[in-house]
Design a protein around this ligand. Structure first.
Ligand code: 13P
Length: 278
């Protein structure tokens, strides 16, 4: 069933777990993620970033994601990841997304607060959850530019959450989008401080390549939503490569099933770590 993202964050807080937010770009990814959630009876978030809409248009993805969530036997929230424009955020809300993120993390602090407040005002009319980001997560999310990591300042996070009233805050603690060249050293000391002085559920972006131990530690320090994108895209691409190289004449239907299966496996692996109580 389709649920507000807030509900899943609340449940994660109560159970001291994190909800997995899985990026999708086509039907096979949606099918795979939902199958994993249903098989394990675990709520998840289906998400797509604004930058990804160039290859996976919202008018096609949104109805599919919302419909998949509505028909699922487990609670699923549908989220716009890294929203960059108010127009896209409004469109996602119109399509029935139950959560939106405004990413103004590269703007000056005051501007980030002002723009986030605008989105909170719009979203609250529809009961839609709002995530924002403070600090700079490394790598990129469908962007051409690589962003340099700038860890979130705990005091700034406290002011930001109080001023904007956001439902979830993405923090920068040494995490980055994409594949890490080596296991990252996450600044758990900073995460601990942010968790101590804010009441807002915290979000960890750049989940691909973070170790299970690091996930568990992050969850113990207030992370309630974890984003996974690259690992699912890679799982699908690698499954396609392995299959097409293994047969003389690839069969589309077999390929489609293998793609969904690869994504399901990746989602299963992550939710097993995220949903185990501490
Ligand atoms: P990865 O691609 O590193 O898993 O990051 C996902 C993410 O944070 C999407 O916003």
């Amino acid at each position: 069933m389709l649920v507000p993202m807030k509900d899943l964050l609340k449940r994660a807080e109560e159970t001291r777990t994190a909800v997995g937010a899985f990026s999708v770009g086509n039907m096979e990814m949606v099918l795979g993620a939902v199958a994993a959630a249903e098989e394990t009876n675990t709520p998840i978030i289906l998400q797509i970033a604004e930058k990804r809409l160039a290859s996976s248009p919202l008018h096609l993805m949104a109805p599919m994601m919302v419909s998949a969530a509505k028909r699922a036997s487990v609670p699923i929230a549908v989220h716009l990841d890294h929203g960059l424009t108010l127009a896209c955020i409004r469109e996602a809300i119109d399509y029935g997304f139950t959560s939106v993120m405004l990413d103004c993390s590269l703007l000056p602090f005051e501007e980030n607060i002002q723009k986030t407040k605008e989105v909170v005002a719009i979203a609250s009319q529809y009961g839609v959850t709002v995530e924002a980001e403070l600090g700079v997560v490394g790598g990129n999310e469908g962007d051409t530019a690589e962003h340099k990591i700038l860890c979130t300042d705990p005091e700034a996070a406290k002011i930001f959450c109080r001023e904007t009233g956001v439902d979830a805050l993405a923090v920068a603690i040494g995490n980055a989008h994409g594949n890490y060249p080596v296991l990252p050293s996450l600044r758990f000391d900073i995460l601990e401080q942010i968790d101590k002085i804010t009441d807002t559920p915290l979000v960890l972006h750049g989940g691909t390549g973070i170790s299970d131990e690091q996930f568990r530690k992050a969850i113990s320090l207030g992370i309630r939503k974890i984003n996974i994108a690259t690992a699912s895209f890679d799982a699908l691409a690698n499954a396609s490569k392995a299959y097409t190289e293994s047969v003389e004449t690839p069969d589309y239907f077999r390929l489609s099933a293998l793609n969904a299966e690869a994504v399901k496996k990746n989602v299963l692996r992550h939710i097993a770590v995220f949903s185990r109580p501490l």
